[in-house]
Design a protein. Sequence first.
Length: 259
Amino acid sequence: MAPVTEPATPPVAPPVAVRPRRRVLRTVGLIAVAAVIGLVGGTAVGYGIQADREPTALPPLNQPDLVQPKPLPKGQKAKPLPASEDLRTKAEGDLRKLLLPKPAGAKKPKFADADGWLPVHAFASNFKGPSEALGYQLDLGIRRIAVTSWETGEYGATEIRLVQYRSNDVLGAQDFVDDQQGYMPDEDFADSEGKELKGSANGRYYVFPVQRKAGYLDMYEARAYFHRGDIAVEIFLADTKKISEKDIRSLAERQLGRL
């Protein structure tokens, strides 16, 4: 921590004559009083003129008659949406069923989560500051995380996370996605604003610059972040072969369709 230094002593100001200062303050005060009196007087005159005039009818509203829904007959209730159309019902069920299925020929990673659930503390451990990340997620109202992952080819890896938040006065899913997207333009990440994911409110996908290091294979990475309701979605792609925009966009669009 840098040492705290005392502020420098200000120079002594020269003496100021008292009478001119009082005269200025008095002049300013008179101007202010005159302005207030003029405002009150003008307002009073305006009210007097308006009171002597005949009332003017207001013009009709430029709006057609509002159509109100007709109430249901007595004893009838509105039919609930079928489960296939009720997004709330989908989100309240087994969240793992909303994950994209593994593609044909894909292999299960050796260290993948066996049951498809990622504990909150394990999720927070993926960040640089795990304890701060855990506190941040708890403040957002994190509820549960469903995850799936697979491997393709020799070094290709894919992981998708559905991070669900509780319904409260905090928009947890949106805030988390906005926070992650805020890092992407940095040169340590995608170094770009990414591309808009059509069909989502604020979704974007990113293709990272290739990482090259002597003695190692080239590393390519792509990500997507979006949310639907109280569910935030993270998609990660990594490979030693080039990843195209179409690869990450197609995956994100299909996962969005599942929600």
